[in-house]
Design a protein around this ligand. Sequence first.
Ligand SMILES: C[S@@+](CC[C@H](N)C(=O)[O-])C[C@H]1O[C@@H](n2cnc3c(N)ncnc32)[C@H](O)[C@@H]1O
Length: 213
Amino acid sequence: MRVRNIKNKKEILENSKYVISNPSFYKGKWNSLFENNNRICLEIGTGKCSFIYEIARQNPDINYIGIERIDTVLAYGVKDLENKPFLNNLHLINYDALKIDDIFSKEIDTLYLNFSDPWPKARHEKRRLTNFRFLEKYDIIFLGDNKIIMKTDNRDLFEYSVVSLSNYGYKITDLSLDLHKKEDYNNIVTEYEEKFSRKGCQIYMLNAVKKNE
Ligand SMILES: C[S@@+](CC[C@H](N)C(=O)[O-])C[C@H]1O[C@@H](n2cnc3c(N)ncnc32)[C@H](O)[C@@H]1O
């Protein structure tokens, strides 16, 4: 995601009630931060936070955490949230998901991957969020079965992910090659989804589950 730099991004992130600056402190005890035992769902690559805010608003009995690697992108999102009603079931982290096993341990219910960067070059394959390098780390974060919900406009990333997840032991339990034509799907549209569907792109979606003993 390319965005113009914000001069005071550090202050914006530091002063936000949503942003957790010491996420490793909460490893294994995120429920204590939310002060309840509700499920915790996670989005990696949360961008400017519109999806994570809206899903949290619609589901007050579920806790949500959004992770975004780029501070400027997250700062834009956080600034936007200042104008919206505060939600106590949402937190945000400025962090690279490659180190996700340092901040969560057996506490995530569902992982959302929305319009993840496709990294089309073969030499960048290991940066894709459905590469086995990430899938290995996700094994550590889930409480119960591993559940991933993914949306993308990128056919190659979608096909790559179906293969990668299946090879890793996930079962694809739902799949759409044109999500916006799927009936009865309660979809929350992300920023990228809005942009790409306006251009006429098809939106691909999958649900994947890996059973844990
Ligand atoms: C294409 S944007 C999509 C943003 C948003 N999910 C949406 O659908 O509008 C992908 C985002 O994922 C973030 N991202 C990519 N790799 C990441 C990683 N390893 N950890 C955290 N965020 C990451 C990027 O910085 C970027 O903001």
